[in-house]
Design a protein around this ligand. Structure first.
Ligand code: ZN
Ligand code: ZN
Length: 154
């Protein structure tokens, strides 16, 4: 029955369910509102634990434990905006666009160059927003800075 196939999300969840939950809850401090993860965190403040040599984001783990699998293509949004909170009541699976629309306090609506962080212009990488326009311009500048002398030496 059990196949060691990391690619199947179903198997991955099953593997996660086998983890002793006490280990997880031992690192959670419950306050009146948020259940705070006091274990390791990623560089951008999300709770993280290591299982099977893989880093697992604990709010995703908490969601999967209590509410089930995360639908494909959805991200887990913190309604409380506390990144290391694992309270399932504060977690909601939303699309990237919805997550973006809600915005994150302290996060900017425009990049430093003034381009709007809208759905088409925003790339996500490990929890950070990136301006696609700026990224494009940067790679154009890098290409332009490579000395090319057309017609000579070719
Ligand atoms: Zn919370
Ligand atoms: Zn920009």
């Amino acid at each position: 029955m059990f196949q060691t196939c990391d690619l199947s999300p179903v198997i991955t969840v099953m593997m996660m369910m086998r983890i002793k939950d006490e280990k997880f809850w031992a690192k959670v401090t419950k306050t009146d509102k948020c259940w705070l993860w006091i274990g390791c965190k990623t560089h951008n403040g999300y709770g993280q634990m290591r299982r099977n040599n893989k880093g697992i984001l604990v709010h995703r783990y908490s969601y999967m434990m209590t509410k089930g699998d995360i639908p494909e293509g959805l991200v887990i949004d913190h309604l409380c905006r506390v990144r290391n909170c694992v309270n399932p009541d504060h977690l909601e699976a939303v699309t990237n666009a919805e997550n973006l629309r809600r915005g994150i306090p302290g996060n900017k609506t425009h990049c430093p160059k003034g381009h709007e962080y809208n759905e088409n212009n925003t790339a996500f990488y490990s929890g950070y927003k990136y301006c696609k326009t700026c990224n494009r311009e940067k790679s154009r500048r890098i290409r332009a800075s490579i000395p090319t002398t057309p017609g000579i030496g070719r």
